[in-house]
Write a protein that binds this ligand. Structure first.
Ligand code: AMP
Length: 495
């Protein structure tokens, strides 16, 4: 199989757009999927974000749609021919931007619709007529109900990040949307993993799909250095400062398990002098896109995010990912650390592990099939000390347990799903925990705002010069996870 785009016989407008993107050769998912999609067969693709899967489905799809190109201004000449469904607004926006770039020299039109934004401008675009419609399921249903989107001429449907769409609870919406589409069509399903639910979905909606797997599901990139540091909850921010400084890191993603934790951590880090933005599902669409842009432009150094908000974000060259909270689902660990070490670049993934995380770490160990060594951090004196119970007090004020986590994981599933259906677009939904309850802390009633001047240098760079070579000088000898957890094992069953 060739890896050069030039051997694909892409139509000139598409080849020109690809050349302009600077792609030299196809990624593995592209090399495998593009020829198959060009034949019009259904595809079930296992590919993680960052593998180039957007081009893998959109280039052949655009190629096949070229026969419908029309310069007519009549909307009737531009019916929706391809529908791309994604779980989150950011992801939809990102994929739509990529498709627009690939299609820029064609007469094919594309647009994106997602929740959290005024429907009117979206309606105007839809009414003008578009061949490629990128959408999140909830908002698409709103447009279908309002008769803004007619899907009876759809030839291609792409279910991207399908596993996450199911996690979020979009299955009923997907079923409804698929029921509006012609039976005769090509269906492409992409998912990071092929869980039994995904296989069931594929069994119901795909016809003799060709299975394409570019990397073993749940495989972590070998270019990512994975470190697990022992840190109690009150020391975790200090640990972040220490690692940023010791490693001379410029930017990082910091993952947390809840929206409330996300906002709180971003606020704390900002207070401690780090240029930080928060990305979670309770932010307005505008705020989320702004946070993303600020990170991309380097105006912000740390992006604190929840899993759903960060899934699939196309931000390259993030040198490090922190797991401030160990994820509740081991698969999320793989997704999180996939933000770094992309496209062959080396990356660092730091997971901060407290005593009650034993079971979660054991799950990760099982999934990635690698022995996890838990290490200790020795702190330099000038790192901010943990501001004890800064967060816990807020939890108590909000009527939650001190930890917050117990309350989150014990919530009944139907409560989470009711939230989906009621709000149409999912708020921060996640298998394994429910959305955080409303806080009485007034801070959480208003959006997080960065307060540091955009052009200031990263705070940790201003601190005294740190050894750049490795963290090893500050790390005590490695100890086996099991040994470290032995004493706290009974507390470990938080889920
Ligand atoms: P995706 O997995 O589709 O989100 O793509 C991740 C990133 O890889 C995007 O920024 C694409 O522009 C980029 N990309 C896609 N295909 C290629 C390629 N063949 N060569 C280099 N970069 C690519």
């Amino acid at each position: 199989m060739t890896s050069s785009f030039s051997n694909l016989s892409l139509a000139e407008p598409l080849a020109r757009a690809v050349a302009e993107m600077g792609y030299e050769s196809m990624t593995p998912i592209q090399a495998q999927a593009i020829p198959v999609v060009l034949t019009g067969q259904d595809v079930m693709g296992a590919a993680q974000t960052g593998t180039g899967k957007t081009a893998a489905f959109s280039l052949p799809l655009l190629q096949r749609l070229l026969k419908h190109e029309s310069s007519s201004t009549s909307p009737a000449r531009h019916p929706v021919r391809a529908l791309v469904l994604l779980p989150t607004r950011e992801l939809a926006d990102q994929v739509a931007q990529q498709i627009a770039l690939y299609a820029k020299y064609t007469k094919l039109r594309s647009t994106v619709v997602f929740g959290g934004m005024d429907m009117k401008p979206q309606t105007i675009e839809l009414k003008k007529g578009v061949e490629v419609l990128v959408a999140t399921p909830g908002r698409l249903l709103d447009h279908i109900e309002a008769k803004n989107a007619v899907l009876n001429q759809v030839e291609y449907v792409v279910l991207d990040e399908a596993d996450r769409m199911l996690d979020i609870g979009f299955l009923p919406d997907l079923q409804r949307i698929l029921s509006y589409l012609p039976k005769q069509r090509t269906t492409l399903l992409f998912s990071a993993t092929f869980s039994p639910e995904i296989k069931r979905l594929a069994g119901s909606y795909l016809q003799n799909p060709i299975t394409i797997e570019v990397a073993r599901p749940n495989e972590t990139a070998s270019t990512v250095e994975q470190r697990f540091y022992s840190a109690n909850d009150d020391d975790k921010r200090r640990a972040i400062h220490q690692v940023l400084k010791t490693r001379g890191l410029k930017q990082a993603f910091i993952f947390v398990n809840s929206k409330l934790g996300c906002a709180r951590l971003a606020r704390s880090l900002e207070r401690e002098g780090l240029k930080t933005a928060a990305l979670h599902g309770d932010k307005s669409q505008d705020e989320r896109l702004k946070a993303l842009e600020a990170f991309k432009s380097g105006e912000v150094d740390l992006l604190v995010c929840t899993d759903v908000a960060a899934r699939g974000l196309d931000i390259k060259d993030v040198p490090a990912v922190f797991n401030f909270d160990v994820p509740f689902n081991a698969e999320d660990y793989v997704h999180r650390i996939g933000r770094t070490g992309r496209a062959g670049a080396s990356g660092l993934a730091v997971t901060l592990v407290s005593g009650s995380d034993a079971r979660l770490v054991a799950d990760i160990e099982k999934l990635i099939k690698k022995k996890i060594e838990l290490e200790a951090i020795e702190y330099e004196e000038d790192q901010p000390k943990g501001r004890i119970n800064d967060g816990r007090r807020a939890w108590r004020e909000a009527g939650e347990t001190g930890d917050g986590r117990d309350a989150i994981v014990s919530a009944p599933r139907r409560e989470r799903e009711r939230d989906h259906r009621g709000g149409r677009e999912p708020r921060e939904q996640h298998r394994g925990f429910r959305p955080a309850v409303a806080s009485r802390d007034p801070f959480f009633e208003k959006p997080y705002e960065a307060s540091v001047a955009p052009d200031a240098a990263p705070a940790w760079e201003a601190a005294k010069t740190a050894p750049r070579s490795s963290v090893s000088a500050n790390i005590k000898p490695k100890r086996k996870v099991a040994a470290l957890f032995k004493a706290v094992q009974p507390e470990a069953s938080t889920q």
